[in-house]
Design a protein around this ligand. Structure first.
Ligand SMILES: Nc1ncnc2c1ncn2[C@@H]1O[C@H](COP(=O)(O)OP(=O)(O)O)[C@@H](O)[C@H]1O
Ligand SMILES: [Mg+2]
Length: 126
């Protein structure tokens, strides 16, 4: 029988701010279909861990693996937009000077009509 790769595995993740470890040697394995929660008091490093997994922040050491493939260590790094990992920000991450539709359209490319159609389609889903 073939052994299953974890969907996500992080190994010995460390992140320091100004010399202070906020994520200190965290290892974790999530198998296919498994739902996992990070629990802990405010400031213990949950969001920092999630940001590193998504790739919007770099770890100081440690490795991230997805489906048995290395996604990031301290030398190699797949950028966040190529990781296919969704991250829901805890705080508002919208441009306050733009409308809802303009916020949705911000990352889209193509002609005006195609963007407008896509914005409509996405907003109808939420
Ligand atoms: N960009 C940053 N610069 C300096 N310190 C930070 C930064 N982001 C988070 N921290 C600090 O790192 C620690 C962990 O933060 P965080 O990961 O947001 O915790 P949690 O999500 O568990 O509440 C906290 O002490 C926080 O103040
Ligand atoms: Mg948090």
């Amino acid at each position: 029988m073939q052994t299953q790769d974890p969907r996500l595995e992080i190994k010995h993740m460390v992140r320091r701010y100004d010399g202070r470890s906020v994520v200190n040697d965290v290892s974790l394995r999530v198998m296919p279909g498994q739902v996992t929660c990070l629990l802990g008091p405010s400031g213990c490093g949950k969001s920092t861990t999630l940001r590193m997994i998504a790739g919007v922040e770099m770890q100081d050491s440690g490795e991230i693996w997805v489906d048995g493939n290395l996604v990031c260590d301290t030398v190699f790094r797949i950028p966040p937009e190529r990781r296919h990992i969704g991250l829901m920000f805890q705080d508002f991450a919208l441009f306050p000077h733009l409308s809802v539709a303009q916020n949705v359209a911000f990352g889209l490319s193509g002609d005006k009509a195609a963007i407008a159609d896509r914005v409509k389609e996405l907003l109808s889903r939420v």
